[in-house]
Each structure stands twice: as structure tokens, then as C-alpha cells.
Design a protein around this ligand. Structure first.
Ligand code: DLL
Length: 434
């Protein structure tokens, strides 16, 4: 099994990699300026010309772009190629207003698969593997993204898409899936559904790894997934605007490798737009260095993470970002206190009696914000005794209070009554916005 997909690129000395990035950055700013009226106007308004961009630091002279720009220019106003050069569209559902449309040239599709092929190789996925793709196929990028990359590395693809969980588990067992790609919440549900079907993923299947992403998940959920299913759970990251799922952790599980020959990463203070020191949390901002149809210049992804430039133990020299801890726009402010759903998940899953699914419900009563967290009891801790149930509610409320500094009502609900998700899960109902 090869250790690297493209050893020359993946282990390129940092100084050389930087030079390569610089050359590509210079190229892409000229390319977008010449091929997209949108970018030309944005650069002109900002008083910057492609010739002003020479070094990597010069990226800071460039204007930002936002999801709103994609919406404002719906459907294809930011594209840099004519329709005849496009080979595919994807679109993100967009909870409000128009969806965001992403277009790909043949080269874009190939680079996307290349990026994820490097990533899959870094976790040991190859020709011997059967990769079950349980991300949705369709406009969402998860299914087809994982599919093309798995084929590229020579794995056998089992394109189950999401849903039809009972059949998924049967096929996983009968066709010998060794790796699965889906959201972490869907896999948590699969473990439980398998158990109800009399299948233990640990003992009755050949599963060894999963690539889980498309939604935030805590280290505690990773621990539970690994313990309950006996597989290694890797983080996979990307967004539709960047192409789709692109990057994963390697076997070290110490951050997600971002391929620097294709993507330039900045981590900025979301308020000021200034860089934060390496290792500090800020907003991810991406400049694509190789995309043709829809290049992104300083795109404000809104995901919060940290970056390290240190060469990984695996020998790859490209920068890594750490687990996404939240988004600048998924932070709840409750009675003046900032709360990220990821923080709540971390607290809950540290308590062994709490099940793997939860829901946060935020309300406003009069002038006061209230927060309630619904939990189920973990199957391994099941109890019918009222006193046990009440003491668990109390324990959870205490743990949440000590971390969030906020009084939270905890409600233990019947096993199986919280929604199970087969794709991106919804963990917050904010009735204040209704
Ligand atoms: O979710 C692409 C993808 C598919 C990634 C499959 C990984 C696996 P979008 O639908 O555009 O694209 O949503 C992108 O999802 O900005 C993050 O907020 C969130 N997200 C994606 N991966 C992770 C992750 C796909 N590993 C948005 N951890 C991003 C936390 C993630 N959040």
C-alpha cells in the first residue's frame, strides 16, 4: 500500500512549496481578473491590480469574497469559463434564499479527486478496500466527491448514498465494506441501527475506518464512534464552494492536511480581518490556486479553526488545520453568553450515561432567553428508575453550567425519540428566530 499518493508534492520542502504557491497565486489573480467581470470589478473597486501581487504576503492586498457574492451573482456570475467548458454543477441547498451554485471544468473534477485521493491514501485506503459512500449523491458534493476519489485510488466503491439504513448495514456486511464515508451523526445512528438489526459493526463486519465530516463533531463523538464500532474515525473537510470534500487527517489524527499547491489558507480574526498568530483560533479564509470554473479569492468560509505549519509526523509538509470548532454564524448568544453547539456536544458526550443524540432548544420567555437540552440515555446505561433519570438530568445540567456558565434545563426523553440524521444533523432549534 503506498504511503503517499504523490510523494513529490506531499513531502515537498516547505521553501519550495511556498515558491510554488507564490507562482500559482500570481497566476490565479491574473486569470480571474481577465476572465471574470465580477473579479475585475471587485479588484478595481478595491484599488488593486494583479500586478501588485508578487509574494504570498501580498494576498492581504486582495479584497475578500463571501457566500453573499455567490448569491448576488446567482447562478453563474462569478464563473471564469463559458458554459461549454463546464462538465458539472453542484449546488448547496441554502437554507435561506437561492442555493449557491458551483461549476466544474474537467480539470476541476480531476483536481478535486486528486486532492481527496491524496487524503484517502494518507489513511491507508487503497485497492484492497471497499469504500461505502453513504453521503448523499446529487447536488450535494459529498457523495460524488468521495466516489471519484475512491475510484482514483483503486478502491471498490459501494455507492449506497444516504438513507435506507437497514439495507446499508446488510450490504456493509455482505460486500465487506472496509471504509465508510458519511456524516458522523449518520454513522452514530448506523451503529445503533445495526445493533437493533443484530449486527455488531465491530464483530460482524470488515470495517476499519470512516471519513466523517460535512458537519461539526467533537473529539468526544470520535471517541465514542471508535469505541462502539472498533473503527478509526477520521475527520474529512471541505465545502461545496471549494469543490466538496477535499481534505482529511492522516493516520496521526493531528489535524487536516490542506494541499498547499491547490489551496492557500489564511486564519483571520473574524472581526478585524487581520491574521491571527499560528495556532490561534480564527476564521478560515481560502484562496484557490488551481480552480478554473469558479476560483475563489480570499473567500470567507466562516468556519473557525487553528492552523499549524509544522511538518506532520507523517512527513507531509503541507499546513494543517485543526478540527473545526464551529462557524462564526452558528454561535448562539444566550443571555449574553456565547454558546457553540460543539461545546455542548463535548460536555454531553463526556458523560457515559448520555446517549449519542441531543437537541438544543432555545426560546425567549418575555425578555429572557432560555435554553433546554434534550438528551436520551445511552443504551448501555439504560434505566427505568425515576430517581436515576432525575439524577442524570441534574448531573448533565451541572456539567453544562460549569462549562457554559449558563443555567440549562435538561430533559431526558425516551430512547429513539430525538431525530436521527442521515446527512447533516440539526442540533439546534432556535425559536427566537421564528
Ligand atoms: O459539507 C462538503 C463535505 C462533504 C465535506 C462531505 C466533508 C464531507 P457544504 O454542504 O458546502 O459542503 O458545507 C460546508 O460544512 O463550511 C463547515 O461548516 C461544515 N463542515 C464540513 N466538513 C466539516 C468538518 C460539504 N469535518 C460546511 N467539521 C463547512 C466541521 C464541517 N464542519
Amino acid at each position: 500500500m503506498p504511503e503517499y499518493w504523490d510523494p513529490e508534492i506531499e513531502t515537498m520542502p516547505v521553501a519550495e512549496l511556498r515558491k510554488l504557491q507564490e507562482a500559482k497565486l500570481r497566476e490565479i489573480v491574473h486569470y480571474v481578473y481577465e476572465n471574470s467581470p465580477f473579479y475585475r470589478n471587485r479588484f478595481d473597486e478595491h484599488g488593486v491590480s494583479p500586478d501588485d501581487i508578487r509574494t504570498l504576503e501580498d494576498v492581504r492586498k486582495l479584497p475578500f469574497t463571501f457566500k453573499q457574492d455567490l448569491r448576488d451573482t446567482y447562478p453563474t456570475g462569478m464563473f471564469c469559463v463559458p458554459n461549454s467548458k463546464l462538465v458539472r454543477f453542484h449546488a448547496s441547498s441554502g437554507t435561506s434564499g437561492k442555493p449557491t451554485v458551483v461549476g466544474y471544468t474537467e480539470k476541476d473534477i480531476d483536481n478535486w479527486a486528486e486532492s481527496l485521493a491524496r487524503a484517502l491514501t494518507s489513511i491507508g485506503v487503497g485497492k484492497e478496500d471497499v469504500l461505502q459512500v453513504s453521503y448523499g449523491y446529487g447536488l450535494f458534493t459529498g457523495g460524488l466527491g468521495a466516489h471519484y476519489a475512491a475510484e482514483k485510488v483503486g478502491a471498490t466503491v459501494l455507492p449506497t448514498s444516504s438513507g435506507n439504513t437497514e439495507k446499508q448495514i446488510e450490504l456493509m456486511k455482505d460486500l465487506g465494506s472496509t471504509v465508510i464515508a458519511c456524516t458522523p451523526s449518520y454513522f452514530a445512528y448506523m451503529i445503533e441501527a445495526a445493533r437493533e438489526q443484530g449486527v455488531s459493526i465491530k464483530d460482524d463486519t470488515k470495517m476499519k475506518a470512516g471519513v466523517f465530516g460535512a458537519e461539526p463533531w467533537s473529539p468526544e463523538l470520535r471517541e465514542r464512534i471508535e469505541k462502539e464500532s472498533g473503527i478509526k474515525a477520521y475527520d474529512i473537510y471541505g465545502t461545496s464552494e471549494m469543490s466538496g470534500p477535499l481534505f482529511t487527517e492522516c493516520r496521526e489524527q493531528r489535524g487536516i492536511h490542506i494541499w498547499a499547491d491547490m489551496y492557500l489558507v489564511e486564519i483571520l480574526d473574524p472581526e478585524t480581518g487581520e491574521p491571527v498568530p499560528d495556532g490561534e483560533t480564527g476564521e478560515l479564509v481560502i484562496t484557490t490556486l488551481a480552480k478554473e470554473a469558479l476560483p475563489l479569492i480570499r473567500y470567507r468560509v466562516k468556519d473557525l479553526t487553528r492552523k499549524t505549519e509544522e511538518t506532520c509526523k507523517c512527513g507531509r509538509t503541507h499546513p494543517r488545520i485543526m478540527r473545526i470548532t464551529g462557524r462564526t454564524d452558528d454561535m448562539l448568544i444566550i443571555r449574553g453568553i456565547n454558546v457553540f453547539p460543539g461545546q455542548v456536544e463535548s460536555v454531553l458526550l463526556k458523560i457515559p450515561e448520555v446517549g449519542n443524540h441531543f437537541m438544543m432548544i432555545v426560546d425567549r420567555v418575555g425578555e429572557l432567553d432560555t435554553i433546554k437540552v434534550q438528551i436520551e440515555m445511552h443504551e448501555s446505561a439504560f434505566s427505568d428508575r425515576m430517581s436515576d433519570m432525575m439524577s442524570l438530568e441534574k448531573k448533565v445540567a451541572g456539567a453544562l453550567k460549569s462549562v457554559l456558565n449558563l443555567a440549562v434545563r435538561v430533559e431526558l426523553v425516551e430512547h429513539g425519540s430525538l431525530p436521527r440524521s442521515m446527512g447533516k444533523s440539526k442540533k439546534v432549534i432556535d425559536n427566537r428566530k421564528l
